[in-house]
Each structure stands twice: as structure tokens, then as C-alpha cells.
Design a protein around this ligand. Structure first.
Ligand code: EPZ
Length: 416
């Protein structure tokens, strides 16, 4: 189990590059199953979750040629609709193979997904969508069985704003007969990115990025080329790290509007965030002021940055109220931050963070992906040395994290 040893107290300065978006990549790669022609996907992040999805494509019989951050995929040879149990439980996004295989074969057999332990993560809205399209769903021995004589377009109102369900229904509806309308749809940039990819394949999707998405079924989809959008969560993590280290960092290769909620919150805390083109300059202004956070679906403050932001709030001036309205178990980083001296009280889905001057380095654990990112930020800003055990979560979602941070003045090293 790899460890990360961080020497805290160094100001981060310089330029840092953002990679392709994990949550776009893990949706778009399964979507390539919807055509027998070749798809070229560029700007893929080299992270474990992309590797896990790629393993499932290979297991199904697809041909994948990797060259750097580009995959050339052809799934003509895919001859099964059954996903391997071990591969499926490696990550949450394996559920996209239900929508993709249903769309391709009108059949799918996908073991329940895995993913971060951040609270209960049902897939009832995915199933509601598939059944509305005419699929019969059976859940047996931890496996999702889906089958349809044919998929017929219909109107689906999501009870919960769900990124996964929105994308999964889009995947199944592309080749359905007639028009599907997803109402109360999620609006995250990954949804727009996936819809753009599907439309480049010949799909007819309108309204992605709004709460009503219209998918007109087409006869067939073809191959295409697509470049994954930058990862707003990686970008936000770097922005928060820059501010926590009282540094001055240019975060490059971003789409600033995707980060509006983080930029606005940081400005509210007295941190300078300057937009120019495809980069954001974060300039610390001394100790930040505290502010309240309430996580909401996009364009609200993202739940995936609640944990990293909690670190910045734990060393801010004042007391913050952090409300995690998306998940009921996304405070596992709090115990680890307490080891470093943070003053945080958790009541259900609310954390009260009383800012202190400095965290102190300590041996800590990364309990899930974004908690891991939070611990890295805490180690960078703390007094003394922090050792983060178990980097598997961090490696699932952050490409070359150490190399990127070393380039802007961090002092850290990975110990195998
Ligand atoms: C996606 O997860 C992301 N993962 C998560 O990022 C992100 O936190 C989440 O969206 C919210 O933005 C991927 O895209 C692979 P949801 P997803 O369906 O699709 C409830 C990371 O750190 N819900 O939008 O699983 C659910 O319990 C990861 O990169 C249902 O009730 O999230 C949650 O409370 C962590 N029924 C809320 O909706 C359902 O059928 C939002 O979940 C589906 C979801």
C-alpha cells in the first residue's frame, strides 16, 4: 500500500495543468459500445477508473488501442452483454454498461457497481428510466439483469437529480424508437460532454445542461472523434490547495464557467480568483475569511469539493456551516482532520467548522477519493510532516498528483 509523505508549510506557486474529466471519461468510454464503428477519444486522464472501465470494454470483446491520453476503440467484436463481477465492483461508473449494453443488444447483465463509501448510493432512478423505456429489470445475487424486446421513447421525471441516471437513460434512449424526454435531469458538464459525444456519433439529443433533455431515437450510431472536457473537480482541488498554502497558482486548461460556484465562494472568503481564457489565477490574500457551504447539484457548490473545501475552512478566520445535501456519509474526512487539530463538529449532514490558525501534520488515512484529496491539501498546509496511508482512492481520480504538485513547490514523496 503506497504512502504519501508531505512536508507542510510550503507556499504553492507556478502553473498547474488540469487533465480530462474523470466523470466524463467513465461515461463516454462505455458509450462507444453503441456503435460498431471506431471511436477516437482524446484527453483521457490516466487514472485507475479509466483503466477499470477499459478492462471491462476489453472483457466484453472491444478492441482498444491506447496512445498516451488517446484511446482508439472499436467494439464490432463485442459478443457478450455480461460484465465480469470483479471488474464491475471496482468503481461506481460500471453502471453505465447497463444503458450502453441495453442500447446495443437490448440485453445487459451487470453486477452492482462499487465506488466511494460516501453514503447510500441507490440506482432506483436508473432502473425507473430503463423500465419506462420498456426494459424488464431483475436484480438477483447482486447482479442487474436488463432485457427489452424493444426500447420505446417516453417521458421520465427523475425523483432525484441524478448525474448517473440522467446519463444512463440517455445511453439507452439514443437508439430507442421515438422520443424520450428526461425531466428534472442533472445539468453537470459531464452530461453535456456525453451528449456532445453521442450527437457526434449521430444521436439526436437536445437540452443537455438544462433540466429537460430530449432524445430522438435514431436507427444507428457511427464512429467519431471526441476530446474529453477538463476535470472541474481536479481544477477545484488545485484552486483550494493554492489558497490553503497561501500561494499564487495559475490553474491551466479549465472551463471557468464550470467552476463559477467555487470561484464565487473563494472570492467571498477574500481570495483573489482571476479568470483569463482557459485558466484561473488563484492568489491568496493572507488568512481566508470563513464562509458557509451548501452542496447542491450543478451549478451549485459541488459535493465533490465539499471535503477539500472543509480543509480551507478549518484554517479560515471564523466559523463555517457546511451542509452536505447530496450524500448522507460524506464526512469521513472529519475524523482524519481532527487528528491534525481541526475543530469540527458533525450533526447529521451538517458540519460546524471553527477555524484555527494552523493544522499540525499527522499520520492520516484517505477514506475515499475526495477525502484523500482533502488530506493532501491538509498535509500541504499543516505544520510538520503528514503521512497519508492508502493512496488507492486518490489514484482512482487524480492523474500524476504528486508530479503536478511538486512542479509548483510542494514538498512530498510517494513511498511504495
Ligand atoms: C456522480 O455520482 C459522480 N460520479 C460523483 O462523483 C458525484 O459526487 C455525483 O455524481 C454527484 O455530483 C460519477 O459521475 C462516476 P448521483 P452518481 O446519481 O451519478 C441519489 C467523485 O468523487 N440517487 O448524481 O452516483 C444519490 O444517493 C464521485 O468523482 C438516488 O437516490 O451520483 C445521491 O444522494 C463521487 N437514486 C444523489 O442522488 C439513484 O438512482 C446524487 O447522486 C441515483 C442517485
Amino acid at each position: 500500500m503506497d504512502k504519501l509523505v508531505i512536508e507542510g508549510g510550503h507556499t504553492l506557486e507556478g502553473e498547474i495543468y488540469v487533465s480530462g474529466a474523470k466523470n466524463s471519461a467513465v461515461a463516454i468510454l462505455p458509450a462507444t459500445l453503441l456503435t460498431e464503428e471506431t471511436c477516437i477519444i482524446k484527453n483521457l486522464p490516466s487514472i485507475k477508473d479509466v483503466y477499470y472501465i477499459n478492462n471491462i470494454l476489453l472483457q466484453l470483446g472491444a478492441e482498444v488501442e491506447e496512445s498516451g491520453c488517446k484511446f482508439i476503440i472499436n467494439s464490432l467484436g463485442v459478443d457478450t452483454y455480461e460484465v465480469d463481477f470483479e471488474l464491475s465492483k471496482k468503481l461506481r461508473a460500471s453502471y453505465y454498461f447497463v444503458g450502453a449494453l441495453l442500447g446495443r443488444f437490448k440485453k445487459a447483465r451487470v453486477p452492482f457497481p462499487g465506488g466511494c463509501d460516501i453514503g447510500i448510493r441507490p440506482i432506483d432512478q436508473h432502473i425507473k428510466g430503463f423500465e419506462a423505456l420498456g426494459a424488464r429489470i431483475k436484480i438477483e445475487h447482486g447482479i442487474i439483469w436488463a432485457e427489452a424486446d424493444e426500447l420505446i421513447g417516453t417521458s421520465i421525471f427523475l425523483d432525484v437529480v441524478s448525474v448517473g441516471a440522467t446519463i444512463n437513460i440517455m445511453l439507452a434512449a439514443c437508439l430507442a424508437k421515438g422520443t424520450t424526454v428526461i425531466e428534472n435531469a442533472a445539468k453537470e458538464p459531464y452530461i453535456v460532454d456525453t451528449a456532445n459525444f453521442l450527437n457526434a456519433m449521430g444521436a439526436n439529443i437536445k437540452g443537455a445542461g438544462t433540466d429537460e433533455i430530449k432524445i430522438k431515437g435514431v436507427e444507428r450510431l457511427g464512429g467519431c472523434e471526441h476530446c474529453i472536457i477538463p476535470d472541474q473537480m481536479e481544477a477545484g482541488t488545485f484552486m483550494i490547495a493554492a489558497a490553503a498554502s497561501r500561494g499564487n497558482v495559475l490553474v491551466k486548461n479549465v472551463i471557468p464557467t464550470h467552476l463559477d460556484s467555487i470561484s464565487a465562494k473563494m472570492r467571498e472568503m477574500g481570495i483573489k480568483v482571476i479568470e483569463n481564457g482557459d485558466s484561473l489565477q488563484v492568489v491568496s490574500n493572507g488568512r481566508p475569511r470563513s464562509a458557509n457551504i451548501k452542496t447542491m447539484p450543478y451549478p451549485g457548490f459541488p459535493t465533490d469539493l465539499q471535503q477539500p473545501m472543509s480543509v480551507l475552512l478549518s484554517i479560515a478566520e471564523g466559523t463555517a456551516i457546511v451542509t452536505e445535501s447530496i450524500y448522507d456519509g460524506r464526512f469521513k474526512h472529519v475524523d482524519e482532520l481532527r487528528r491534525m487539530g481541526a475543530k469540527i463538529n458533525v450533526e447529521g449532514r451538517v458540519a460546524i467548522i471553527e477555524g484555527i490558525k494552523k493544522l499540525s501534520g499527522a499520520p492520516v488515512c484517505a477514506t475515499d477519493l475526495r477525502a484523500g484529496a482533502a488530506m493532501v491539501i491538509a498535509g500541504l498546509t499543516a505544520e510538520g510532516e503528514t503521512v497519508i496511508n492508502n493512496l488507492t482512492h486518490i489514484d482512482r481520480g487524480y492523474e500524476k498528483l504528486e508530479e503536478k504538485l511538486l512542479q509548483i513547490g510542494a514538498k512530498l514523496k510517494r513511498i511504495p
